[in-house]
Design a protein around this ligand. Structure first.
Ligand SMILES: CC(C)(COP(=O)(O)OP(=O)(O)OC[C@H]1O[C@@H](n2cnc3c(N)ncnc32)[C@H](O)[C@@H]1OP(=O)(O)O)[C@@H](O)C(=O)NCCC(=O)NCCS
Length: 173
């Protein structure tokens, strides 16, 4: 079923909803970073500050996917410049709520992030993805990302196992 949605830049006043979404994602997704308590590590106030600073500094973009009828957050994507001599490289990340997955939203979000990062001067996009996270690896490969290496035992799962991460990069043509 199609979900009516829009992809828009996050606003500071949406921080509480965004943090709630990211806490839910932390609970349901296997391969995302979580804090010691199993949730997202920023408070709504801190998230609002990150949104404000990112806009003011022009060094990144935070996008959210909103369900049109309800305004619920269905996904989020970030791209941040690494700064200084690596300022041309933007670290990115995307997520889609499990109830909205496999409908093309991740792909659309990734394309929107690519466009926004390029406007901010990105020449390369970069990410680390857990080796067993096939859904994400396929999504990135379909979007033109290439595997550049592997970081051994770089991520601890919720069960406490250490797993590898795949390093992936994308160059604008
Ligand atoms: C990875 C993720 C963002 C994909 O979002 P999505 O909206 O479901 O992806 P899309 O529907 O746009 O799928 C795009 C392509 O990705 C691949 N893909 C997505 N989900 C997949 C799955 N469960 N298994 C295999 N391939 C999958 C497919 O190639 C798909 O293309 P297709 O539908 O033509 O086969 C989503 O699964 C997610 O948020 N996971 C949890 C968070 C996470 O792991 N983020 C990445 C951290 S690096």
């Amino acid at each position: 079923m199609n979900i009516e949605h829009e992809i828009v830049p996050a606003r500071p006043e949406e921080a509480p909803q965004i943090v709630e979404y990211l806490n839910q994602l932390a609970r349901e997704a296997e391969y995302v970073c979580i804090d010691d308590k199993g949730g997202f590590w920023l408070t709504p106030e801190q998230e609002a500050e990150v949104i404000r600073e990112t806009k003011a500094n022009g060094n990144g973009v935070i996008l959210i996917v909103k369900d049109k009828p309800t305004d619920d957050i269905l996904g989020s994507g970030t791209a941040f410049s690494r700064g200084r001599r690596a300022a041309h490289v933007f670290d990115i990340g995307v997520s889609v709520a499990s109830r909205a997955q496999r409908r093309g939203i991740g792909r659309e979000l990734l394309e929107a992030l690519k466009d926004e990062a390029q406007k901010l001067g990105a020449e390369k996009l970069w990410l680390e993805v857990c080796a067993p996270n096939e859904a994400a690896i396929r999504l990135y490969e379909k979007a033109g990302f290439k595997q550049e290496g592997r970081a051994i035992k770089a991520f601890r799962t919720k069960q406490g196992d250490l797993i590898d991460e795949i390093l992936m990069g994308y160059f604008y043509q």
